[in-house]
Design a protein around this ligand. Sequence first.
Ligand code: HEM
Length: 592
Amino acid sequence: SSILLPDNFVHLQLAGPEKSTRHPSLILVFSPAVSRRCTDTIFGAAHIQRLSERDGFVHRTLTTHNMDTLGSPPWSLLCALGALLAALWCAGRALTGAWLRPRRLARALRSQGVSGTQYRFPSGDMKEYVRLIAAACSQPMPLSLHAVAARAVPFDHAIIKQHGKVALTWFGPEPRVVVADPRLFREILSNKQGQFGKQRSILRIERLLANGLTTHQGDKWVAHRRIINHAFHLEKLKRMLPAFAECSSELVRRWGDSMGQSDVQEIDVWPEFQNLTGDVISRVAFGSSFGEGRKIFQLQSEQAQNAVKMANVMYIPGYRFLPTKLNTRMKANAREVELLLKGVITKRERAMKDGHADNDDLLGVMMESNIEESQEAGSSMPTMTTDDIVGELKLFYFAGMETTAVLLTWAMVLLSMHPEWQDRAREEVLRVFGKNQPDSEGINRLKVVTMILYEVLRLYPPILLLGREAYKETELGGVTYPAGVTFALPIVCIHHDPDVWGEDVDEFKPERFAEGIAGASKNSPAFFPFGRGPRICVGQNFALLEAKMGLSVILQHFMFELSPSYTHSPCPVSTLQPQHGSHRLSSRNSKN
Ligand code: HEM
């Protein structure tokens, strides 16, 4: 057979099998002029078997294992057709995803009585969401005002006001239902039928930072959660108390040194508390390997800042694989953290084998529980691999550092705004401990300090909002939601709801917790700073112990008040933070 080729290609003949080979051969015939310019690259040098010149024509005999290399017209045509079909398919999917599906979902939810915003192609409510956050944080709040929900989650706050406690909104073409009804909130988080999982899109970002408990699902999560629950059990945490005390004492020593001979000193407590909680987690996690822990902490802090930058460009497909400066730095950091952590773990494993490991730190307790757990399951292999332990340790930094630092920061701000409560807390601390180092027995007896911390967590919850996704079609509050709908659970709105807490909801009144958490609200329980259900914060005892220890030691040594330069401007970053981070508090040596 022969096929006409375009332009200078005269013609091409397909011949039967050559005698000398088992493969069908192809004889190509070119015009003399073309043949010399026709380089082997056109067909691939590997295919050329023989060149001969006959009758002024060059005969190239090729064995063609792969006819595709020829790129003959029918193939090009098929490819073009294929590309066209693929493009049409993509366009169809895009149209369905960004236009038809949102409209169908909106109709289905509205017909069941869920009201909310109209879907706007293609970004939904994103623009309004960003605009409202920028507007909310553009002005500081009056001092002593604690109505922070409208600043912290301005979009969700406005939507709830307008559409009620279950409202439909749109993140791009994705339906996002805001739920601020405490009963439904509890139902979603308790996840009895396993239908509500973590939001898949968020999990992808979280995994960039640390692949641990928060990102695990299913059996892996169950196994890890059991081991980590052991590590964070109150009895185990008692063994770590000296490390908490050591870090807090170091902090007040530093503050005292910076005051020198003067009575009053302005101290920027927000970065101070970030350092404190970083030190605590390094020391409590690694015990004697504290030095390596500190280096890891510094690298992880940098990773967190980079991740925020990364989140801004995540939507560009494939961006995170490009060799940009940011990506390269993040990868190098991740490698270094991993190496450091593996080094610490290997050292500990060796010490455990030799029987002289000091296992009073988080790493030690976790490794012990890991072995116990696998023995109970009758397996010779540990449940968590070294990589798993690396992931969990990385996560402890992200999950535990900033959250506890903001809790301590707002606690000092509120105790400065309400000096009568500062006095009551100091009286209690001095009554229980005098000037001695706080111990676990005494910390358990701190009633006023506990009430204060709960009230701070209610008014200024470090985590403002939780996200969940319906993994399958599900019924909630009489509405059927299709799989894929996401739910935004604004903790801060429930904590500032007058229907739940009474008309004095935005006032600082630690006494509402005098009878514990259950008696504090009308619709009980409605206090969710640590979440709820199976995913409730595994580190809540750790955080409260750390905050009680830190606050007690500070109250033992200092009195504090707000600096005249302080502006009250709580703002949502990854947690609820003081926007003008360098806000200062005047500290004065306690007279006691
Ligand atoms: C005041 C301090 C803290 C607050 C307000 C806080 C808040 C929370 C919240 C709301 C959740 C639930 C997330 C969800 O359901 O999607 C959570 C989970 C978690 N927290 Fe905390 N946290 C604090 C301190 C800590 C500390 C100190 C650690 C560890 C050192 C920690 C480790 C974790 C972990 C590992 C999870 C995931 C639990 C799971 O998915 O099973 N947190 N935290």
